[in-house]
Structures are given as structure tokens and as C-alpha cells.
Design a binder for this molecule. Structure first.
Ligand code: HEM
Length: 489
């Protein structure tokens, strides 16, 4: 769909609706004299303009979005009672925002960085948000490390630039990042476009069925366009020549009627398997190998409608991993638990307390019936209705049934590290990933890593970072060390 015409009939007006006589010349005392304070149009325009921007997202600031449809293609009622997944053929409207992570709002798209894959399902039981990435794993496994990690990816307080020292210092001292860093510097680290990459829920989530049985699931969105990536050289050129490359590609493909789609799969683990599984199933730095839990196809996702106003629908869109619907819930993944707080808090700060009233954010297939009221930019939607519960005036009532099934926890409270299962260590899956790569990809991986590590100013930081890859695979470490030495001279 191309841009819809928004022609407004009638004269230009002020914000209060009064007709504007002259929008070209401000009002002065005499010809060539000073401008008058009584020129309210001028003051209103300048004041509104000064407030046009809201704070950008602290991460994933740069992105593009589109609406579309999710269609169920397999019976998953044995695993979840979520209404939008209740029958084959059922369709649900969605909004998907893609993004890069580290760059600011105006940064280039063609960079080596994970891509955000934030999906909002407008279901009849409320909005379900799956806020994932194009990678199945992440750099860290505990939310308490996230602000430190992002500080190393963003601008240094002294230089104002991203610094190799900070990046590699943190990754070297956080060996659990080795798997994700190996992935990031592999060929999939720079997708050719948002259409040519997969999406992943990444975390493990809970599904629960009508009988109250619990399953742990991981979501995969496999691109139907095929995976296409850029080499570092191609990306460097495109980032310079066309910083909006991904954003434009997405919009134009939808305008042409080439609707991008993804085949949706889940890995399903019965709850009883979790304790004895060879990897901790709630550790975000690990995948579940497909031979253990084969992905099964459950749906198709298609994007088919562009937003008409990027600010209103993309910049002001909000996604929260805490937005669940009946039949779906969190797992004990410590990263996910931290995210359940972080996003709502970000939205209240960035967009405001009534962000969920905006057209892109509010439920489309049901209505929100809450007693939350008032605050900045409240539109009075509840009229004179009572604002408490229980009440005797026919107001909305609690259902008595939680969205997700209770899970048990015991033992003393404490700052416990994530429990380690039989085959868990920080390097095992990074080593497997390296050995799976064809020789030419290994060469590009080593060259890319060496190019990134070489500028590090301190020998011990570079050596510690290389040491993590050596622990993943001896050949990987040896080749990387030689490549870094060659560059550092
Ligand atoms: C504890 C770890 C994490 C914290 C505290 C965190 C926090 C945040 C915050 C504050 C935002 C900005 C939200 C906004 O302003 O609307 C954000 C955006 C985002 N995060 Fe995270 N994040 C974490 C980990 C992750 C992980 C593991 C993933 C993917 C698996 C992820 C995917 C995203 C995406 C896709 C967005 C952009 C959402 C959008 O398009 O609006 N984050 N994150």
C-alpha cells in the first residue's frame, strides 16, 4: 500500500482552531520593526516544534515497523489455551517493529549488531507482545548485568564514541557472552535487510493448556525470503551510501505488494524434562539443540501494511515482555524476569503513563477494562464510570484464573548464580557453532573478530577476549590470536 492521501479541507488554523491569516510573515511593530509577543501563531509554532521529539529508546532506538497477520497452521491446543492459537486457520492482526540495538535514532541500518524483532499480537484476550531478536541467544544471562553491558556498547563518557576497549573488556570479563559474540561476528551478524533474517523469542516461555499442564517453549520465525547477509565490506559501503537501507527496503517491498513472511515454529519441552535437561533451559546464552527438541511449525506471519505516520505508530509504539495473555507466561529465566519490569518502566518514562491508549498500542480485538485513570494526556475515555473494584455498579470483575500456571520455588533467597546443568559451561555451544561453520565463514569470522579486537589499547584486555574463543575451540583461538597479532604488528 502506498502512502494514503491525507487532504484536509478548509483554512489553516491555529492549534485551537482559529483561522490563520498569514503563515509566511510574523507580526512586527511597523514594517521592519521588532516581532510582537501578541503573535500567538509564531509562539505556538516555535514552542510546539521545540517539543516534537520524545526521548529515543535507550537501546533499539533505530527501527522500522509494519502491520500484518498471524495465521495458525497447526493444532497447539494440547500445549496452550491461548485463544488466538485455538484453531487452525485463525488470523490475528500484528504489528512488528524491527531495529538495531546500539545505534542512535539516526544511525545507519547496515551495521554489525543484533536486530530487534518485536511483535505485538492484537488478540481477543488482550495484546500479547513477543519482544525478541534475530538471534536465538544473548550476551548475558542475568538482567543485573544489562546496564553495564549496554554502557560498553554505547558512547564512552569521555570520548563520546563507542570504544573497542569497553566492548572487549566487558565481553572478555563476561565469558558467557562467547556464544552470542561468535554468532554476531559470523555471517548472520549483518543481515541484508529486515526481510532476509529470522526472528527468535530467544527466552524460554511458559505455555499452559486447558488442563493446567505446563510446557516450556522457544519461538522461531524462519524467513520465507531466505537468509541474506552482507559482508563487512558491503555493509560499510551501504551504511555510507544509504543509511536507511533496511527501513526503505521494508516499506518499499510492502508498497510493491511483496509481503514478507515468516514460518513460525516452536520447540516444546514438557515441564518434567526441565530439571534433568543437559543445559539449563532457562539460560539465555544457550540454545536447545534441535535434535533434543525439534522445532514444529505452528503458524505463518505476514507483513502487509505500512504505518502511515512513523512517529505515531513506530516511535511511540511500545512492546513489553510482560504483556501476556491467558495460556502464556514467563519462565524463571533471570534475564526475562528483569525485562518484565524494564519495559513498562521505559514506556512510562519515554512515552508517558497513557502510552497504552495510543492507537498502535491499545488492544484492537478487545478493549482494556482497567481502573487505572488520569495522568498526563488522559483522554477521558472512561467517562463517569466507577474507578474501583469490587463495585456494586456492574463494573468489570476479576476472573479468578491466572494467565499462567504456578511453578514451584524453594530454598533460601540470595544472589544465586544461574544453576548449572550437566553439560553447561560458557563455551560449549560457541565451540559447536564455530565447528559447524564452513571454512570460508570461519575465515570471515576470524577476520571480523581480529579487526574489532586489534584497536584495543591494553594487551591483557585483548588476550582475555581471545582466551574465551580459545576455550570454545583451540583452532578458533589459535587462528584468532595469529590474526590479531598480524594486525597489531
Ligand atoms: C535484562 C535484559 C534487558 C533489558 C533490561 C532490556 C531493556 C530494554 C529497554 C529499556 C528497551 C527500550 C524500550 C522502550 O523504550 O520502548 C528495550 C528495547 C528492546 N529490547 Fe531489550 N532489554 C533486555 C534484553 C533484551 C533481550 C534479551 C532481547 C531479545 C531477545 C531484547 C529485545 C529488545 C527489543 C526488540 C527492543 C525494541 C522494542 C521496540 O521495538 O520498541 N532486549 N530493551
Amino acid at each position: 500500500m502506498t502512502q494514503e492521501a491525507h487532504v484536509t479541507q478548509g483554512p489553516l488554523t491555529t492549534e485551537a482552531g482559529a483561522p490563520v491569516a498569514d503563515n509566511q510573515n510574523s507580526e512586527t511593530a511597523g514594517v521592519g520593526g521588532p516581532v510582537l509577543v501578541q503573535d500567538q501563531l509564531l509562539l505556538e509554532k516555535l514552542a510546539h516544534f521545540n517539543r516534537e521529539r520524545i526521548p529515543e529508546r535507550v537501546v533499539h532506538a533505530r527501527g522500522a515497523g509494519a502491520y500484518g497477520t498471524f495465521t495458525v497452521t497447526a493444532d497447539v491446543t494440547p500445549y496452550t489455551r491461548a485463544a488466538f492459537l485455538s484453531e487452525v486457520g485463525k488470523e490475528t492482526e500484528v504489528f512488528l517493529r524491527f531495529s538495531t540495538v546500539a545505534g542512535n535514532l539516526g544511525a545507519a541500518d547496515a551495521v554489525r549488531d543484533p536486530r530487534g524483532f518485536a511483535l505485538k499480537f492484537y488478540t481477543e484476550e488482550g495484546n500479547y507482545d513477543l519482544v525478541g531478536n534475530n538471534t536465538p541467544v544473548f550476551f548475558i544471562r542475568d538482567a543485573i548485568k544489562f546496564p553495564d553491558f549496554i554502557h560498553t556498547q554505547k558512547r564512552d563518557p569521555y570520548t563520546g564514541s563507542q570504544e573497542a576497549d569497553n566492548v572487549w573488556d566487558f565481553w572478555g570479563l563476561s565469558p558467557e557472552s562467547t556464544h552470542q559474540v561468535t554468532w554476531l561476528f559470523g555471517d548472520r551478524g549483518i543481515p541484508a535487510s529486515y526481510r532476509h533474517m529470522n526472528g527468535y523469542g530467544s527466552h524460554t516461555y511458559q505455555w499452559n493448556n486447558a488442563a493446567g499442564e505446563v510446557f516450556w517453549v522457544k519461538y522461531h520465525f524462519k524467513t520465507d525470503q531466505g537468509i541474506k547477509n552482507l559482508t563487512q565490506g558491503e555493509a560499510n559501503r551501504i551504511a555510507g551510501e544509504d543509511p536507511d537501507s533496511h527501513q526503505r527496503d521494508l516499506r518499499q517491498s510492502i508498497e510493491r505488494g511483496e509481503f514478507p513472511s515468516w514460518t513460525v515454529q516452536v520447540q516444546i519441552m514438557p515441564a518434567a524434562d526441565a530439571a534433568g535437561y543437559r543445559f539449563n533451559p532457562f539460560d539465555l546464552t544457550k540454545v536447545w539443540p534441535h535434535e533434543d527438541y525439534p522445532p514444529i511449525e505452528i503458524g505463518r506471519l505476514e507483513l502487509n501494511r505500512n504505518p502511515q505516520n512513523v512517529f505515531a505508530e513506530v516511535e511511540q509504539s511500545i512492546f513489553s515482555p510482560a504483556h501476556f495473555v491467558p495460556g502464556i507466561g514467563p519462565s524463571p529465566d533471570k534475564m526475562l524476569q528483569g525485562r518484565l519490569f524494564a519495559y513498562g518502566d521505559a514506556h512510562r518514562y519515554r512515552v508517558g503513563i497513557n502510552a497504552d491508549h495510543l492507537p498502535v498500542n491499545r488492544p484492537h480485538a478487545t478493549e482494556a477494562r482497567t481502573n487505572s485513570r488520569d495522568g498526563f494526556l488522559y483522554d477521558g475515555r472512561h467517562g463517569g464510570a466507577k474507578n474501583y473494584e469490587p463495585n456494586s455498579f456492574g463494573g468489570p470483575q476479576q476472573t479468578g484464573r491466572a494467565l499462567w500456571q504456578a511453578t514451584s520455588a524453594d530454598g533460601p533467597t540470595g544472589n544465586h548464580p544461574t544453576p548449572v546443568h550437566a553439560e553447561d559451561d560458557d563455551f560449549v555451544q560457541a565451540g559447536t557453532l564455530y565447528r559447524l561453520m564452513p571454512e570460508e565463514e570461519k575465515e570471515r569470522l576470524v577476520a571480523g573478530l581480529a579487526g574489532a579486537i586489534a584497536p584495543v589499547s591494553r594487551e591483557e584486555i585483548a588476550e582475555r577476549a581471545i582466551g574465551n574463543f580459545r576455550k570454545a575451540d583451540a583452532d578458533f583461538g589459535k587462528r584468532l590470536e595469529a590474526a590479531v597479532q598480524a594486525l597489531r604488528g
